[in-house]
Design a protein around this ligand. Structure first.
Ligand code: TXA
Ligand code: MG
Length: 351
């Protein structure tokens, strides 16, 4: 199939193009579109065939549920069978925005969309193109990240094009996304809200609004790799570059020395080696190809660039990749959750 590429300026929405893309969705087709987190691959959430087509295009297991994107709070009420008080409070505080809530579903959303679960993940994104598309289509839009399953999530239209050209009906190019990491997922189906996937909205921000919040232990650090995560998608290998990625952690000068030593040895052995570094450290490396993920003191920048850098490592054919640790104060948990998965939890600790 031919994928139609739309170009829409988020600051100045072209109604005609939105209408055309919305028509594709209404007819059961798939359109990828930008959100503030990552690009999503959209289909009509009420149409089981559209959900099946999403799984097929991504090569994603069909027991891995999709997020339903809405453009008004009342749409959450329409598809939930019950809503705890926390839902309204969190929506007031963070919607539209990079937070997804899991609630009990009623019969309106088909099981194909929720991977067979009786709960549904719902998000009201904060992006003019996403919002216009949802509104114009009159659909709630089921949308996972618009990457081939297992690859890093797409933060630009070109990433989507590389993965899905020829497999979907449309792609709206609305420029680079802002945040670059997928939304925080909060499960509201138990007594205490639980973070199933860390994101830009962190635990402290949620707790200010609803009191104590738990974090699924399976998504934190390396000690808990044996625990099964509650969000099905967090169980799969993910975000992984093709090269063998290892994270080196410890005091900065020791990290640099260790990466430098390993990359020298790799190079001598004829292995293509890539290094994920920061603005502050990039000049310290003497071997390998250094890609800069941003300034260490600017964690938003690191989040924004991480997936693009992982993809670039693939494009460059890097065989061994070493990354510094980015356990930054505010969104470090989300950044490291993605990076540890990408590294299959291979961490080298230097003192
Ligand atoms: O920022 C985002 O959330 C992006 C943009 C496009 O909105 N979407 C996204 O979707 O990251 P996806 O499908 O790549 O990730 C959704 C995650 C998966 O790990 C999935 O297993 C989990 O949410 N999930 C969805 N519904 C769930 C449910 N009912 N219970 C538990 N986990 C659920
Ligand atoms: Mg995804």
């Amino acid at each position: 199939m031919e994928t139609k590429r739309f170009h829409i300026d988020p600051q100045q929405i072209d109604r005609e193009q939105i209408k055309e893309a919305a028509n594709i969705l209404r007819e059961g087709g798939l359109v990828a579109f930008p959100t503030e987190t990552v690009y999503g691959l959209g289909g009509d959430a009420m149409n089981p065939n559209a959900s099946n087509a999403i799984y097929a295009a991504k090569g994603r297991p069909s027991d891995n549920p999709l997020i339903v994107h809405i453009c008004e709070y009342c749409q959450l009420e329409e598809i939930a069978s019950e809503l705890p008080d926390a839902a309204k409070k969190l929506a007031d505080a963070f919607w539209p925005g990079p937070m997804t809530m899991i609630v009990k579903k009623n019969e309106k959303i088909p099981l194909e969309t929720t991977g067979g679960l009786n709960t549904v993940a719902v998000r009201f994104p904060n992006h003019p193109i996403a919002n216009a598309l949802i509104r114009e289509s009159g659909c709630m839009i089921a949308a996972p990240s618009a990457n081939t399953s297992g690859r890093p999530s797409p933060t630009s239209a070109d990433h989507v094009w590389n993965d899905l050209n020829g497999k979907i009906e449309g792609l709206i190019d609305g420029g680079e996304v802002k945040i670059g990491l997928e939304s925080t997922i909060v499960d509201l189906t138990e007594d205490v809200p639980m973070i199933l996937r860390p994101g830009y909205i962190n635990k402290e921000m949620l707790e200010e609004v609803v009191g104590p919040v738990k974090v699924d232990p399976a998504v934190l650090g390396t000690e808990n790799v044996h625990i099964k995560p509650k969000a099905p998608g967090m169980r799969y290998k993910h975000y992984a570059p093709k090269g063998n990625l290892k994270i080196v952690t410890g005091e900065e000068k020791n990290v640099i020395a260790e990466i430098d030593r390993r990359s020298r040895e790799d190079e001598a052995a004829g292995i293509k080696v890539g290094i994920i570094a920061t603005e502050e450290t990039k000049h310290a490396y003497r071997h390998g190809t250094v890609l800069c993920v941003g300034e260490r003191k600017n964690e938003d920048q690191i989040a924004h660039n991480l997936f693009a850098v992982l993809r670039e490592m693939d494009d460059l054919g890097m065989e061994n990749i070493y990354s510094e640790d980015f356990s930054t104060p505010r969104i470090g948990q989300a950044i490291m959750n993605r990076l540890l998965k990408a590294a299959a939890h291979q961490v080298i600790e230097v003192s």
